[in-house]
Design a protein around this ligand. Sequence first.
Ligand SMILES: C[S@@+](CC[C@H](N)C(=O)[O-])C[C@H]1O[C@@H](n2cnc3c(N)ncnc32)[C@H](O)[C@@H]1O
Length: 188
Amino acid sequence: MKRKKARKWDKRYSKGDHTAESPTNLLKKWHDKIKKGKALDIACGAGKNSLYLAKKGFDVDATDISKKALEIASKRSNKKDLDVNWIKDDFEKTKLPCRYYDLVISTNFYLKRDIPRIEKAIKNKGWFFYKHHLDIENFNIIKGPPKKYRFKPNEIKEDLKNMEIHYYQEIRSSGTSTPIFELVARKE
Ligand SMILES: C[S@@+](CC[C@H](N)C(=O)[O-])C[C@H]1O[C@@H](n2cnc3c(N)ncnc32)[C@H](O)[C@@H]1O
């Protein structure tokens, strides 16, 4: 099953899908509000957010199930002379250290069942940045994951048990191809 999942993503990356280089807006807006330190990028893909964090002085672990995605990411880091610890792994099985990261980030990856262990892996006063897709009734979704891998409006806020929310926004204008939310939360 794990191999099948990895192969599906390898194929997409081989075709050039999901290889945009520009970091997520959330990161551009928020990175300088937080202290530089250890960061984890979950399901990092071709590394757009990991590389940005490394450039800004974070010490970055970046994990993804796709070998192809990590090859692209690693080539990019070599070219830019940036150091990132690229880790090939199935995040469902990844063992996370306790109270270790100053920042955990993930974009476009469904983390519903993983929130408790992510909260544990973040240091006290550490941060969680998360952007993902929403499931909104009657919205004509053109791209992104199927309904079962989307959050309902405000659902992620209920899932966070040990974090204070500093920013939460749902972006669902009719001009967008998929509704999303952006979240910035801090461990108490
Ligand atoms: C839509 S892409 C998002 C990539 C990147 N975060 C971005 O925003 O460009 C989803 C990523 O999740 C990875 N992925 C899927 N299942 C995974 C798993 N079980 N463990 C780790 N990574 C996984 C895929 O390989 C892919 O890179």
